[in-house]
Design a protein around this ligand. Structure first.
Ligand SMILES: [Zn+2]
Length: 305
């Protein structure tokens, strides 16, 4: 089997995704897109209701604007689905890349539901809550076949550890908590203070949730991402058998994306993100711990915090 030739043969046939898909993917990754569509539709739906004569408005149930705001998820979901239709290609048995990923899944005893190729020129791979692994065409262009497979092992580890499902649940939990705080806080303020028209509008508009977005991002993302990346990196390092070679794969992908998105590196290489630096440090710590454990014939492995 000659993986190199097969990957390259596919690469020569690459066509770029339609420009609007690239623009949407670059400007707003799906969660942000979804959130903004919900909030914008909430505001759009909100205002006309407030314009109705007071005696009409009186007959409308109080929960209606909120319900309509959340109905914004429907168009957002349809748009998301439409984009996915253009971007996604589900690979089938017999496709070389599908078979390779499935063979790796078998080797690591991971129950993976499918393999998705994305018509996207940037280099990335991810594991999805539906237990499919996805990679972009840009990743195939950026990495050597053996390096693509290291990236796939990393994504398989995410599925084995149920990270995408846990992350999705965590986002839902935090969103539910925030909505609870929103309703509870509003009730408290309105029963204890005289609320003017502007404050009333603000308190009832879902735009108030935007205030909490940075909080959610910090709470949900940072620690959870650090731990899950560390766990997935461990399996990939074990597969590659060399921490520095694996770190090279990660660095190469970041450099490729900088060039792809034309992020300027003039005036010196921009420093890697703190997240990436913590990740590299964790990979080296794990490699050192396993080298020590290997010498001592001891089952100790690095700690993901
Ligand atoms: Zn990962």
């Amino acid at each position: 089997m000659k993986p190199v030739r097969l990957y390259c043969a596919e690469l020569n046939d690459l066509d770029e995704p339609p420009p609007w898909v690239v623009v949407v993917r670059t400007l707003s990754p799906f969660p942000q897109l979804l959130l903004s569509v919900v909030l914008v539709s909430a505001l759009l739906i909100w205002s006309p209701i407030r314009l109705l004569p007071a005696e009409w408005r009186h007959h409308l149930p109080g929960w209606l604007p909120t319900a309509l705001a959340f109905a914004g998820f429907v168009p957002a979901g349809l748009l998301n689905h439409r984009i996915a239709y253009y971007v996604e290609i589900r690979l089938n048995p017999g496709d070389f890349r599908y078979d390779r990923v499935m063979a790796l899944a078998k080797q690591f005893n991971v129950d993976v539901k499918g393999v998705v190729e994305l018509r996207d020129g940037s280099a990335s791979a991810f594991a999805r809550p539906d237990d499919r692994v996805a990679f972009t065409r840009g990743l195939l262009r950026c990495l050597e076949p053996s390096e693509v497979e290291a990236a796939m092992v990393h994504e398989l580890a995410h599925i084995a550890k149920r990270h995408p499902k846990k992350m999705a649940l965590s986002v839902i939990r935090h969103a539910a908590l925030l909505i609870g705080i929103w309703f509870g806080g509003r009730w408290f303020i309105e029963t204890h203070f005289a609320v003017g028209r502007a404050l009333h509008f603000f308190l009832h508009s879902p735009i108030i949730l935007l205030v909490f977005v940075p909080y959610i991002r910090r709470r949900v993302s940072r620690r959870q991402i650090d731990v899950s990346e560390c766990e997935a990196d461990k399996m990939a390092v074990d597969y590659v058998g060399n921490a520095e070679a694996y770190i090279h794969v990660l660095t190469k992908t970041i450099d490729y994306n900088r060039a792809y998105f034309q992020i300027s590196t003039e005036g010196g290489t921009p420093s890697p993100s703190p997240t990436f630096e913590r990740r590299i440090a964790a990979i080296r710590a794990y490699a050192e711990a396993s080298a020590v454990a290997g010498a001592a014939e001891n089952g100790s492995d690095g700690n993901c915090g």
